[in-house]
Design a protein around this ligand. Sequence first.
Ligand code: PLP
Length: 395
Amino acid sequence: MELNENEALKAPDASGRFGDFGGRFVPETLMPACLELEEAFNESWADPSFRKELDDLLADYAGRPSPLTDCPNLSELLGCRVLLKREDLNHTGSHKINNVLGQALLAQRMGKTRLVAETGAGQHGVATATAAALLGMECCVYMGEVDVERQKLNVFRMRLLGAEVRTALSGSRTLKDAINEAMRDWVATVEESHYCLGSVMGPHPYPWMVRTFHEVLGSEARSQCEERLGTTPDVVVACVGGGSNAIGIFSGFADSPAELVGVEPAGGAAVGRGVPGVVHGSRSFLMQDEFGQVLEAESISAGLDYPGVGPEHSFLAASGRARYESVNDAEVVEAFQLLSRLEGIIPALEPAHALAWVSRERASLAGKTVLINLSGRGDKDVDQILQLLEKEGRA
Ligand SMILES: Cc1ncc(COP(=O)(O)O)c(C=O)c1O
């Protein structure tokens, strides 16, 4: 496929396609809801009063801008200058709040009274439950049974915030299955519910809308880097589940010379191991068997345990503007401990993937400036890591 590099910066076409990827593959009952959402988003995003309301919430409620942190100890060890974009310091503990505040305000504008969401690691569920509490909306979050077990703390937080958490018992009982159930709920309750999707995936307009709500983190990072370094970093690295934190930071550097690297879990490497297919409403790289059946993803990190990826990432991979690498669970656990010990920052297991790749590739990164999107904090993961290290006799 011939693609112009600059095309990667553009919005999708009218049918929501980024080149060969994206689109809107939904049951007929959901088509009007997708069209209504697209129109409401376009109209709201063009309205300065909506942007102001969102900007005020991002600043006064979520705590933006998030800082840029230099990591002197880690930089010395790795031989490259490592900078972190601190999305872990946002209210509710991850980048997810940027998108959720945007969608919740939009849902309210559309007259919806209920938010439906899916969650893997629980961070998107917590962010959605938080926004629902703030705006006085009902909230129902679907979560796979496996994730309910490994992310108990976040399940409790969602319930404290007034949300109902429904356990998805089908399939691999992880994120993919939670999305299926949330979509089913949306079909049945579309009059009063907005589906607050947690990543840059799903049918159009979700991938573009979610990316737009996350651009704030990329544009902040770009100006912070220019101020601190006098230029852009050599490499920008982010973990990729559905891909929202990665798209957010990539969007700030897509028209710069920076190399863009997305890091997937080895057991859920949709770009690395997938082939194009349709899942959850759009066409993208997807792990599937020879009969087109979706393969189960497997990752230590609940937030990356997904066999697909957002369509814009497939487009960026196909055009060569971004590259996608993978790391295994053992490398992630090591990176999780490394950042904690060297810099006093306990990362979530998801961004520990980005860090693991930088740590492994230190030889080729020598002397470079590397920006890592620290998409979330590790509070939710310490119990899981404690159990793992105890089992291995290392705690
Ligand atoms: C902290 C954190 N980072 C990353 C992700 C992965 O999502 P995405 O690829 O959409 O950023 C999650 C998902 O739960 C998360 O909690």
